[in-house]
Design a protein around this ligand. Structure first.
Ligand SMILES: Nc1nc2c(ncn2[C@@H]2O[C@H](COP(=O)(O)OP(=O)(O)OP(=O)(O)O)[C@@H](O)[C@H]2O)c(=O)[nH]1
Ligand SMILES: [Mg+2]
Length: 362
């Protein structure tokens, strides 16, 4: 079986630099659902009613009324502000997100609408705090029951209208969350992408290369998200991403296909192109070669799956050098080690430069 020489080391110049926040902000799956303004208000008012019933207050009748109303205002404010602030802290801060995720957001969401919506939530949270302070002051300065009741009602009305005003923003955040939940959980490490037509055996290969159990099935488009597997070779970590089968139809790519394309473009240090020449995938070889040409600049490592099937071995006219599973593993290990060494060198160089700059400054 032909083997690849190091002349074709497919290491790309594009070294994406991520800051230390990478791991922290990637888990989009854990984003909690964003409730509508109606649900948020219902929860807040229900809490206020319940607490009011529980709490025993003391004092003169006017003090009692003031304390009761103030308590309700506090509870409504606390409930709403904590929910709104949870949204703000849960959603990734775009300023610190790695560039890859920003691009992904821009591709799959209305990015400025997302930022605007987060801004609106922040505005509502601050406004509710201010309203609460303002109305507590008004209640405390009141000398009679009717104005106290009036102020409470006014507070609830203004809080409700504040929340209703941001309802479209809350809806948009929930819509964004549903999209963001499908984002791949990608780690900042040497990344290998498995690419090819649907049903050719990409997920099966991922499972063979790493200890993952990605779903495989005898039909196309089994993989609907980006599967990841990890390998640890003598302390060098490798991330292998199994991209959903693509038909490379740029004009009608769905959300997941777009993500796969972006991962391939931005993150793949090595691409493994899987060919199935057995015919069992349903895609003829010439179509598969066309797709290969799309990524040929990335100098993919070629793997032929299903060679155990009667028609599975490539004939003499197969135009590529291809690797067996063992050779593929060896090649990946070799490339990952080279990349790790390069990274070490870069780090040492950066540290040296920093040291020199410090000496110069002094
Ligand atoms: N005999 C044989 N069958 C294989 C081999 N590799 C994959 N298959 C079968 O081919 C079918 C498709 O395999 P998958 O790994 O799901 O293919 P995929 O490329 O991930 O498919 P999508 O996720 O739909 O793009 C499954 O039924 C596998 O069991 C192989 O080396 N030999
Ligand atoms: Mg698959």
């Amino acid at each position: 079986m032909p083997s690849l020489s190091l002349y074709s080391v497919p290491l790309y110049n594009k070294h994406l630099k991520y800051n230390g926040c990478f791991a922290v902000y990637m888990n989009f799956e854990k984003l909690a659902p964003v409730e509508s303004s109606k649900v948020l208000l219902d929860i807040a008012f229900k809490k206020a009613r319940e607490k009011e019933a529980q709490k025993k207050l003391q004092g003169t009748w006017i003090q009692l009324i003031k304390r009761k109303e103030s308590l309700k205002l506090d509870i409504v404010k606390d409930s709403l502000v904590s929910k709104l602030e949870k949204i703000l802290s849960d959603f990734p801060q775009t300023e610190v997100l790695p560039a890859f995720y920003i691009t992904l957001m821009k591709l799959t969401l209305d990015f400025s609408e997302l930022k605007k919506s987060l801004g609106a939530v922040n505005w509502a949270s601050r406004r509710i705090r201010l309203l609460q302070k303002d109305y507590i002051g008004k209640i405390n300065r009141s000398l009679d029951q009717p104005p106290i009741r009036k102020y409470s009602t006014e507070f609830y009305g203004r809080v409700s209208s504040t929340l209703k005003q941001i309802d479209p923003n809350l809806k948009y955040l929930e819509e964004s969350r549903r999209v963001m939940r499908t984002y791949p959980d990608i780690k900042d490490m040497f990344t290998v992408c498995i690419y090819g037509f649907p049903n050719v055996g990409k997920s099966t290969l991922l499972n063979k290369l790493s200890n993952t159990k990605a779903k495989t099935a005898a039909y196309a488009f089994t993989t609907k998200t980006i599967n990841a597997g990890y390998l640890n070779v003598d302390g060098v970590k490798l991330q292998i991403l199994d991209l959903p089968g693509t038909l490379a139809r740029a004009e009608k790519m769905n959300n997941i296909e777009m993500q796969a394309e972006l991962v391939l473009e931005e993150l793949a240090k090595v691409v493994i192109f899987v060919f199935d020449v057995s015919g069992s995938s349903g895609y003829p070889l010439d179509k598969q070669i066309q797709l290969y040409k799309k990524v040929k600049d990335k100098k993919p490592l070629v793997y032929v799956s299903k060679t155990d099937l009667p028609q599975g071995l490539p004939g003499k006219d197969f135009p590529f050098k291809y690797l067996s599973l063992e050779e593929l593993k060896e090649e990946l290990e070799k490339l990952a080690k080279i990349a790790a060494k390069e990274e070490e060198k870069e780090k040492a160089k950066a540290a040296e430069e920093e040291k020199e700059a410090l000496i110069k400054d002094n």
